[in-house]
Ligand binder design. Structure first.
Ligand SMILES: [Zn+2]
Length: 306
């Protein structure tokens, strides 16, 4: 993700020779750190994000790396929920809010909370405690479901790029290599005879298109590799989840599991949360509308006496 945010391609600039080929047989690319001249072609192609957004993202990235050392404002603890939930009704992000009396933590659709004039949404907020509780109940369901382990492993298998996709990628890399040669020639010719900016633009446009396909593929592959490891970790952790009766008691929330397995969640007005897991599976947690904060925490299981 970070490499996407810092790649100028996404704001419409194409930096010619940002990378160059160090091995012409494998097509291996190396970042150009001044070994070869770089040209930036501003507003070269339609931007994937606006220049403003892109500049803002750079700002945030810079601040973030500065903040790592320096002082930070204390944020809300349940950071695992940030940027995870969306509203089923309007699609807006679900944000953290705190009630004025009692300081209870809620998560609510941003549109509904901010009451924008141009758009409205009526979805209520749900208590953080409820979201945590129904997530733990969902984990318990997974644990008790006999077919779950096989099903989720199978779901992940289907996400992994297959042989024909791999072959396609090799072709894309080959095509891109050819385009780079063409670009070199065109730029060189241009230097001698005044140049043809439309042709350069056309070629760079094609390169950007192919480059994005390669990025997407590589991201996907990388994500799958990580997901495979995470899945085995998760299935092991699942075994250790304390059994409880979700209607009668609560157990401690597991933020580590939540952030390892949840890709995103869509919150519905009736209190359902539809989770997309990172392993290519969708599961629904129910009961967020219930007053679970009244339930007592279950005591940690003590070792049974023999
Ligand atoms: Zn909404």
């Amino acid at each position: 993700m970070d490499s996407m945010i810092t790649n100028p391609i996404y704001c419409g600039d194409f930096v010619y020779q940002r990378y160059y080929v160090t091995d012409t047989i494998t097509g291996r690319m190396t970042e150009n750190r001044g070994e070869l001249p770089q040209y930036t072609i501003k507003d070269d192609h339609p931007a994937i994000v606006s220049r403003e957004d892109w500049d803002a993202a750079q700002q945030i990235m810079n601040n973030r790396s500065e903040n790592r050392k320096g002082s930070k404002k204390r944020r809300h603890d349940r950071k695992e929920f940030f940027n995870v939930f969306h509203c089923s009704e309007c699609g807006a992000p679900v944000i953290h809010v705190r009630s004025s009396k009692g300081g209870v933590h809620y998560w609510r659709c941003r549109t509904a909370e901010k009451k924008y004039l141009e758009e409205t949404c009526e979805v209520r907020g749900f208590r953080e405690v409820s979201i945590e509780h129904t997530f733990m109940a969902l984990l318990q369901e997974m644990k008790k479901d006999d077919g779950f382990r096989d099903n989720i492993r199978q779901a992940l298998k289907e996400l992994i790029p297959n042989e024909s996709e791999r072959k396609q990628l090799e072709q894309v890399k080959e095509d891109m290599q050819q385009l780079y040669y063409k670009l070199y020639d065109t730029v060189e010719e241009g230097e001698q005879q005044g140049g043809d900016p439309t042709q350069i633009k056309e070629i760079t446009g094609q390169i950007v298109f192919l480059q994005n396909q390669i990025y997407d593929f590589e991201n996907r592959e990388q994500n799958c590799l990580e997901a495979e490891k995470d899945l085995e970790w998760f299935l092991e952790e699942l075994e250790g989840i304390q059994e409880f009766k979700p209607d009668k008691e609560r157990i401690e929330f597991r933020p580590d599991i939540f952030s390892k397995i949840v890709e995103k969640g869509v919150i519905h007005p009736d209190g359902r949360i539809v989770y997309d897991l990172k392993f290519g599976m969708q599961l629904t947690a129910t009961g967020n509308e219930k007053m679970v904060w009244r339930l007592k925490m279950k005591r940690k299981a003590r070792k049974k006496k023999k």
